[in-house]
Design a protein around this ligand. Structure first.
Ligand code: PHE
Ligand code: ZN
Length: 877
């Protein structure tokens, strides 16, 4: 496991497997200390194999081999070779039956890949390469087979025994043991295998599919969490219905099981018929989960459910194709959440996330294409680029070929490739076929990393006249890709008149329209419009964020204020405010002084927005928020993050100080928000209430702090409690300590809520950050072996606590480096993720940047995991 420099795997080296597995039987003799696995498989030479007499490769990682037979006999001397990757079996006939007995050690498995113990239960995580930590197997996604799984375990310790598919047999055995046999009729790759053995309570529900079949829904949690399952089950049913209605996809087994696990590296896992979830994305009650948590749970439940088609029925040929399932499934869950939320705010949230996390990734040392062409450690490629940018590519495809054609394409895709392992090229080829378009130029989005920069210039004649739009594009170099080609960029635009209405016009030979999708596919292109019905006051660019690009449209302050007041596209309206905020920050940093005229204009525009009775509360709440520091950092080559954060906070204070009265006046209309309702409207109003409170505290409104205290005391929901805590969390004020102490006392024994406390403490810039950090790590609720706990402390410290993480003596970097090192010995995958903020050293002002680099070099000189080494080496390259 802990090895030398990572060897890369290349897409171009792909070869079909030498053998297919025709069927698989797994017998588990389960125990936490040591589990014995008997693996029986029927293999046959793959007619598509490149070499006719190639050996059978079975991967194994940390698995002990107990015995091995081929057609009932020990393989002859020299035919079975054991190497660093597992087993190689030579001299096999056309077809053979193998039986392997092996052993693994769940209790010692702290990396949480393979079979491991969590809170006394046993569970598995196999994607991407965890199955080889359970037994020897051709563990690659293009080896699909049917599974029959027998689980045997102690009846008292593990009363519940689950695996994929349908339970076909169960019974009692001597010695206090029992067993269950599960069969999954669908072909699946090993990464979708799962088992669970534990003492779990089951919450049940049913769902009747569109063809009238009744599906049993089962949610397994620890008994004390049984009252926190309703939301997850309700979300699951909504997702199942949505997939039928929006995509025509029906569930295929008779039972759908979800198990909540305390120790989990990621959010959740889509194992066929048996999803495993980080408990954080299952358990919710109004007292313990915020509205944001409720929304996140609904979206992750939906995401994993949607994988049943986009990922499981049609899977990936190799891990370079990861976005085939992840990009498509994120796109599908975004569509679902859009359906459950209001007024285009979901799109804004997604764009904000993309900009704060994916754009920096795509501009930094870890940048890679949506379909990478090599990797050293696949675990490091579960990235925002593969997931979120991947979803943007799907969205652009739909924009380019139209909704109906796209939907038809999806039908063809699922139908044609059902039961197969395919590639992103296969996906795009279907879309090209149904649309009759040449999508080859579009595929550059999959192979080229980096965020394209688009500039827009316009010119107009008077009313009734012409308009010209000239768009240019350029993508900056990324590691290993110096030279970039133009990509196909769908740019959705509209012209707005003085009242904010859309102006009509036509393109040469085209119909009269009031909105266009311009396709920019070259370095520079000009688009002409004729017979404009009026002269435009403003142009609404990139509506709905029609492409993941950085746009510079050189718009004046008045034009942006006009869009902010009137644009009927929620994204474009929000974007107008964002552009103004960014411009103000840029001026403060680059000219070392605030542009007072600009800031007065922004304040004026915000005042108008606060007076606007028509705007939806949730949209208002979203627009009022300034971009986070990590997104703003992208505006500069290198920047001092502490100064940037200070300027951001100061701008916020400057803008909202004169608006405290206006904000106070809205607040009484939101007095009844803590009403236990979970509609999108109710959540949006709570969001606005909490945003106004936080902005007033930031603007030093004297009345706001006692209001926060009162809100906390009176709160009947976690949303209002956290709203109050968030509002005061940056105040060096007694109120902050009083509330946090109360919160800690109240939720000390509730790990998921305690994580919120950890996050508030670690993420606060209030003086004494290192002492607070020490105290959190000493807290009885903290555990290094639990990824949620570790992330709850280290994540916010690096993401939001610029003052301490970037303290100029380098203390923050050394602390985090030390924690990464410590964690790496237990859980390399999570350690490699948590090391990522350090990799951004080139973006940080020189003095600090060098200290970050020094910390990376210190780590590089140690014996670290392959996961961590891969990240560090790319960061230092
Ligand atoms: N495939 C999971 C998802 O996106 C994520 C995951 C990857 C979980 C690797 C565990 C390990 O839904
Ligand atoms: Zn996924």
């Amino acid at each position: 496991m802990r090895d030398a420099s990572p060897l890369a795997v290349y897409l171009n080296d792909y070869q079909p497997p030498a053998f297919v597995v025709e069927s698989l039987e797994l017998d588990f003799d389960l125990a936490a200390a040591a589990t014995e696995v008997t693996t029986r498989m029927a293999v046959r030479r793959n007619p598509e194999a490149v070499e006719p007499d190639a050996p059978l490769r079975m991967y194994g990682d940390g698995v002990e081999l107990v015995s091995f037979t081929v057609d009932g006999a020990k393989p002859a001397e020299g035919l079975l070779e054991q190497d660093a990757e597992g087993l190689l079996l030579h001299g096999l006939p056309e077809a053979a039956r193998l039986e392997i007995v092996s052993r693994c050690h769940p209790e010692q498995n702290t990396q949480l890949e393979g079979l491991y113990a969590s809170s006394g239960n046993l569970c598995t995580q196999c994607e991407p390469e965890g199955f080889r930590r359970i037994t020897f197997f051709p563990d690659r996604p293009d080896v699909l087979t049917t599974y029959r799984v027998r689980l045997e375990a102690d009846r008292v310790q593990y009363p519940v025994l689950l695996a994929n598919g349908n339970r076909v047999e169960a019974g009692e055995l001597d010695g206090g043991r029992h067993y269950a046999v599960w069969e999954d009729p669908f072909l699946k790759p090993s990464y979708l295998f799962a088992l669970v053995a534990g003492d779990l309570a089951c919450q049940r529900d049913t769902f009747t599919t569109m063809s009238g079949r009744e599906v049993q829904l089962e949610l397994y949690v620890e008994a004390h969490n049984a009252d926190r399952c309703d939301h997850a089950l309700a979300s699951l049913k909504r997702a199942m219905r949505f997939d039928e209605e929006a995509f025509g996809r029906e569930y295929d087994l008779d039972v759908y099981m979800i198990v909540a696990v305390d120790d989990f590296n990621m959010g959740a896992m889509e194992n066929k018929g048996l999803n495993l979830f980080n408990a954080k994305y299952v358990l919710a009650s109004p007292d313990t989960a915020t509205d944001d948590d409720f929304v996140a749970i609904e979206s992750v439940i939906a995401h994993e459910y949607f994988h049943n088609w986009s990922g499981n029925r049609v899977t990936c040929r190799d891990w370079f194709q990861l976005s085939l399932k992840e990009g498509l499934t994120v796109f599908r869950d975004q569509e679902f959440t859009t359906d459950c939320t209001l007024f285009g705010v979901k799109r804004i949230d997604d764009v904000a996330m993309l900009r704060a996390f994916q754009f920096p990734e795509d501009a930094g040392p870890l940048a890679h294409p949506v379909r990478p062409d090599h990797y050293a450690e696949i675990n490091n490629f579960y990235t925002l680029t593969v997931y979120e940018k991947g979803a943007e590519l799907i969205r652009m495809l739909r924009t380019l070929i139209g909704r109906e054609t796209f939907r038809r394409g999806l039908d063809v895709y699922f139908e044609r490739f059902d039961g197969q392992a395919v590639t992103t090229d296969d996906f795009v080829a279907v879309m090209a076929e149904v649309s009759g378009r040449n999508l080859t130029p579009f595929k550059r989005w999959y192979t080229q990393a980096g965020t394209p920069r688009v500039t827009a210039a316009t010119s107009f004649d008077g009313p009734g006249g012409q308009a010209r739009i000239t768009l240019t594009q350029e993508t900056p170099p990324t590691p290993g890709q110096e030279h970039k080609e133009p990509v196909v960029i769908p740019m959705r635009v509209a012209f707005l008149d003085a009242e904010g209405r859309r102006i009509t016009a036509h393109q040469k030979g085209g119909e009269v329209q009031d909105e266009w999708v311009l396709e920019l596919s070259e370095g520079e292109q000009t688009f002409r419009f004729e017979e404009l019905s009026d002269s435009p006051t403003a142009i609404s660019w990139l509506r709905g964020f029609s492409a993941p690009v950085i746009l510079n449209a050189n718009q004046g302050v008045d034009e942006l204020a006009h869009l902010l007041a009137y644009d009927d596209d929620a994204f474009a309206r929000w974007e107008a405010a964002q552009t103004l905020f960014r411009r103000a920050i840029r001026s403060r940093i680059e000219h070392d002084a605030a542009d007072t005229a600009l800031e007065a204009a922004i304040e004026h525009a915000l005042a108008a927005l606060l007076r606007d009775d028509a705007i939806e509360p949730v949209l208002l709440a979203t627009i009022l928020q300034l971009p986070p520091t990590r997104e703003l950092a992208e505006l500069f080559e290198r920047v001092d993050p502490v100064r940037l954060r200070n300027e951001r906070d100061d701008l916020e204070k400057r803008l909202y100080m004169p608006l405290t009265d206006a904000m106070q006046q809205i607040q009484p209309k939101l007095d009844d928000v803590d009403n236990g309702a979970f509609t999108a409207e109710a959540m949006g109003r709570r969001q606005l209430r909490n945003r106004l409170l936080a902005l007033r505290v930031a603007a030093r409104d004297q009345a706001a702090v006692p209001e926060a205290l009162a809100q906390y005391q009176k709160a009947r929901s976690q949303t209002m409690r956290m709203g109050a805590l968030n509002a005061v969390n940056e105040l060096d004020h007694e109120a902050r300590q009083v509330l946090l102490a109360d919160f800690e006392k109240r939720y000390r024994d509730d790990p998921l809520v305690l994580d919120k406390y950890f996050g508030l403490q670690a993420g606060s810039q209030v003086a004494g950050g290192f002492e607070r950090l020490d105290a959190l790590l000493e807290h009885p609720g903290f555990r290094w072996t639990n990824p949620n706990r570790v992330r709850a402390v280290l994540g916010p410290f690096m993401a939001r606590n610029e003052r301490h993480f970037h303290q100029d003596d380098g203390e923050g970097y050394r602390r985090m480096g030390g924690f990464v090192e410590k964690l790496d010995a237990m859980n390399p995958q999570t350690a490699a993720r948590l090391a990522q903020p350090l990799t951004r050293w080139r973006k940080v002002d020189t003095g600090r940047g060098e200290q970050m680099r020094a910390e990376l070099e210190r780590l590089a000189a140690l014996e670290v995991s392959r996961d961590l080494r891969d990240v560090i080496e790319r960061a230092l390259a």
